[in-house]
Structures are given as structure tokens and as C-alpha cells.
Design a protein around this ligand. Sequence first.
Ligand code: 13P
Ligand code: SF4
Length: 304
Amino acid sequence: MTLTDQQQLVRDWLARRNAILLAHNYQPPEIQDIADFLGDSLALSITAAKTPAEVIVFAGVHFMAETAAILCPDKTVLLPRLDAGCFMADTITPEALKARKAQLPGVPVVTYVNSSAAVKAESDICCTSANAVKVVNSLTESRVLMVPDRNLALYTAARTDKEVLYWEGCCNIHDALTAREVQDCRAAHPEALFLAHPECRPEVLALADAIRSTSGMLAYVRQSPAMEFIIGTEMGILHTLQKQNPEKIFYSPSRNLLCPDMKRISLDDIVLALKENRYQITLPDDIRLKARKAVERMLAVPRD
Ligand code: 13P
Ligand code: SF4
């Protein structure tokens, strides 16, 4: 692939700083194309934990860079834009979680990684969209509290024998997708399979041929003999889907499946981040160590 001048400049700065560029599947195409690693939240955490690079530049949102800082205290973790936040992560605070925990003694808290480090620090174990059911089933207790995503909790509840209590949080982008929009898209493309992200509402998930994390969708499409897919997640993933499967056709069921926070970082921001060492994500030790326990406990849950 031929790089643009700006993409080459990013790669040059990454080499100069012994840095790795980790990008989420929703990032803008020009960033996805030059990332050292592109993935979902689970794969990005695993890669951050293992990298020998001195500097990690996170092209994603704040909680993802925080997860890297939790796992890699000796590395420099840079988030090129501090305003790359997450609506869902903001639906819960550590104080509110503490108050709920006080009402539920003995009930373990399973926290979706789309949350602040301070919230993770109040949790027993973390999960991602790729491993939520396995994480819940790994616990010995018969009742759990899942925070902050109501939809991921309902999805998990339907796939475990445990009682799952939930928080009233959500991703405003996925939660806004309606069953009607999916049905209309299906009517227009009757041959297409519908893939949904577990952050979607239950009535949307009920229509899905498969429910997957973002990287799970990429893997599903690669091995599927189907030629057309309706993609029920943020539309940034369509870039890599199309690149990896040039002969297949992809549809977004809604024009609103676009997360502004995932589009904040530009190539220029990444160059500035590497030049000026900004914005460095650090955490107080007490929060970092408690959050690390919850993240590492998740990473220890066996995968397939
Ligand atoms: P995954 O990539 O882990 O499926 O998460 C989706 C998401 O909303 C991240 O912000
Ligand atoms: Fe947060 Fe939703 Fe955007 Fe993901 S898509 S970063 S969950 S607001």
C-alpha cells in the first residue's frame, strides 16, 4: 500500500520514538490502514499488555488508553486527543457504583471495559463484548451486577444460568438502532446476513444472524460463504470489512451508527502526540492497582 505523506510522517515518528500505534476498528480509514495493530477492546488490551515498545499511541477513546496505562505503568501511553471520550463510560461514576454495591453485599461487579479506571477499581472483574458470557460464567456466585451497559447485561443474562443485575447505562450510538431500521434494511437486501454488536437493544439482537464484538464480526465475515451483510455496529468497521473482503457487499442499517468520539483523532494529532509527548495518560497508583486486578482477572479467563 502506498502511504500518503502524512501517513509516512506518522510511521517515521513512531519509529523515532520506538512507539506502537494501536487502533480500534471504528477509527478513520487513514488511521486503520497504518496501525501496527487494529482490533476490538479485548485484543487491544492484550496487545498493550504484551508490547515491547516504549510508547503506546492509542487511536481510540479515553477508556482504552486508560486500560493500556493500567496494564503498562512503565510505558508512555499517549492519547492524541483528550476529548475522545465515550458516552457509555460517562453513564457511571465510582461514587454511584459504590452506593449500588452497598445495597448488594456479596454480589460481584462485572464491569465492561467501556468505563473509567476509577470505576474498574471498584469492580471484581472486567469484561468486553467478546468475552462477557465467559467472564460471568467464570464466577462462583449465582448473582452478579453488570455495569454500565444494560444491553450487554441483557445479552449475557440470556446466555447464562446466573441472575444478572444491571445498570441503566448504554452506548447512545448502538442503543439508537431500531428493529424497524434493521427490518427495512433486510427488506431492501433480502440475501444479506445481519450481524449485531451486543451493545444493541434486545429486540435488535433478536433479529441477528450472529452477535459479535467488532473483531468477531471481521472474523465471521472472512469465513462466511455469504456475500452480503448488514452491519449493526459503528460504521467505521466497514472500511476494514470491505478491504478484507473486496468481493462482498456491506450495508449499514442506519446513518446514525457513527460515534463522533471515535473520529476525533487525525493523523496530524498523532504526529503532534509523538512530537510533544501528549496527552500522556497516567493514573494514581491506588486506582491503577485495583483496576489492574479486575482487568488481569478478565485476561486470565480462558478464551476459545
Ligand atoms: P468492541 O470493539 O470491543 O466490540 O467494542 C465496541 C465499542 O463500542 C468500543 O467502543
Ligand atoms: Fe463509547 Fe459507543 Fe462510541 Fe463505543 S461507540 S466509544 S461505546 S459511545
